[in-house]
Design a protein around this ligand. Structure first.
Ligand code: CA
Ligand code: CA
Length: 427
């Protein structure tokens, strides 16, 4: 099970809010837990948007609303709750964390200096530190750290002038470089591939780039496409997701999430049966590009958006229905509206939920953990043995939703007793 993460030296630490957990109690094969993540009231943190997670689901990074007007980059773990990451000196607090290294120790995002957005690198030792701009830019430029390699050695994103030249950029602790216009977004786990958009804002076209190649690889255009913008690239570099704009034939356009691979080309996400989508967004992609998560907005303006997941076998599916019907999760009063991140193996998914009552504006973060085996095989290795008991107890001690065996929203000894009963019965 995941080991506890390093605590930051300088940032305040908030004790985990009282665990608010939802989990399935079904003993059938294939189960999932869903953890509701609500920021603490003191200080007043209003919402939590998780943008990325570590492969083991132990660390989420994103942004919390602070007071009425500010927002701050944040790290969350089940055990330690929220750790605010800070911001640059100057102006309001307006920082966001977008990506995290596999071990949870290095986080990137963008902070606000009072005049410019700048990419940051955060570690517990250094706190929030500015990533130097590529040498062709002066201090009038902005930068955003959107992605990071698996070992955290390279941060990638975009740098440049708001109304002028921009490039992708990659930064190690030794150097920052930016070579290709117009903007960059994603980087593969080993740093060999990037995703981005260019060559200019007027003719935006998503690209993939094998870093070092002279040419960018423009992604195939769809019929009626007026522009496309790249989001993340899969860890193996094979798959780019983002959004594409399609002309509506009347001077306007509609916007859709897309997925691209070299073999399959570009395809867009259009919704799922029983849900008429007016627009979709693709936010997260797993390690080999076989799973995409995002959000679909209904043509019915009074209906909630729905988080969706896509794979080749099932196509697009409402994640709410997948969790409820396939994994037996009780979603309660919450509707999963956005899914931002999915782990390399597809087992962990994080996003936002709204209250089912459209008059209730409460927004919470959530973390789902999908298990393909039965609950007694707690570590999902296909065997039921004492290691599963140890893994369960570790998760229970760490406050993870997986350990809420009786799905009553709290972790106590009844969960241990019930788990041991299931374990004794075997799968
Ligand atoms: Ca096992
Ligand atoms: Ca419980």
């Amino acid at each position: 099970m995941p080991s506890p993460r390093r605590r930051p030296a300088k940032a305040p630490i908030f004790a985990a809010a009282a665990p608010l957990l939802l989990a399935a109690a079904s003993a059938s094969a294939q189960w999932a837990s869903l953890q509701r993540i609500t920021p603490p009231d003191s200080p007043t943190l209003r919402y939590f948007v998780p943008y990325s997670l570590t492969p083991d689901g132990a660390v989420l990074v994103g942004v919390v609303g602070v007071g009425d007007y500010e927002s701050e980059a944040v790290m969350w773990t089940a055990q330690d709750g929220f750790t605010l990451l800070g911001d640059f000196d100057g102006g309001n607090i307006q920082s966001q964390a977008y990506a995290v290294s596999d071990d949870g120790s290095i986080i990137t995002g963008a902070g606000w200096t009072g005049q410019h957005s700048r990419a940051f690198r955060w570690t517990s030792a250094t706190g929030l530190a500015e990533v130097p701009l590529p040498p062709q830019y002066d201090q009038g430029a902005d930068s955003f750290g959107y992605s990071i390699t698996a070992d955290g050695s390279t941060i990638a994103g975009m740098a440049g002038y708001l109304f002028g030249s921009k490039t992708e950029f990659r930064a190690t602790t030794q150097e920052s470089v930016g070579e290709k216009s117009y903007t960059g977004f994603g980087i593969s786990a080993d740093g060999a591939f990037m995703s981005g958009t260019g060559p200019s804002s007027g003719t935006s076209l998503a690209w993939r780039w094998r870093v070092g190649d002279p040419q960018l690889q423009s992604l195939d255009k769809l019929s009626g496409q007026t522009s496309s913008h790249a989001g993340p690239i899969s860890r193996d570099g094979s798959t780019v997701i983002g959004d594409v704009e399609i002309s509506d034939g009347h001077g306007g356009y509609t916007q859709w999430g897309f997925r691209w691979t070299e073999a399959s080309g570009t395809s867009r996400f259009t919704g799922f049966p029983g849900f008429s989508a007016v627009t979709t967004s693709a936010w997260g992609v797993n390690g080999d590009g076989s799973i995409v998560v995002g959000s679909a907005l209904s043509t019915d303006p009074t209906a909630r958006a729905r988080a969706f997941m896509w794979d080749a076998q099932h196509g697009e599916r409402d994640l709410n229905r997948v969790l409820a019907e396939d994994y037996g999760v009780d979603l309660g009063e919450w509707v999963l509206v956005q899914a931002f991140a999915v782990s390399p193996d597809g087992a962990w998914i994080a996003g936002n939920a709204y209250h089912a009552d459209v008059n209730d504006r409460t927004t919470i973060g959530w973390l789902a953990h999908l298990h393909q085996g039965c609950r007694a095989d707690f570590n999902d290795d296909g065997e039921t043995n004492t290691i599963d008991v140890l893994a369960f107890l570790s998760a229970w001690a760490a406050g993870q939703a997986d350990a809420d065996t009786n799905a009553d929203g709290t972790l106590d000894t009844r969960d241990v007793i019930q788990f041991l009963g299931l374990w004794a019965a075997g799968c």
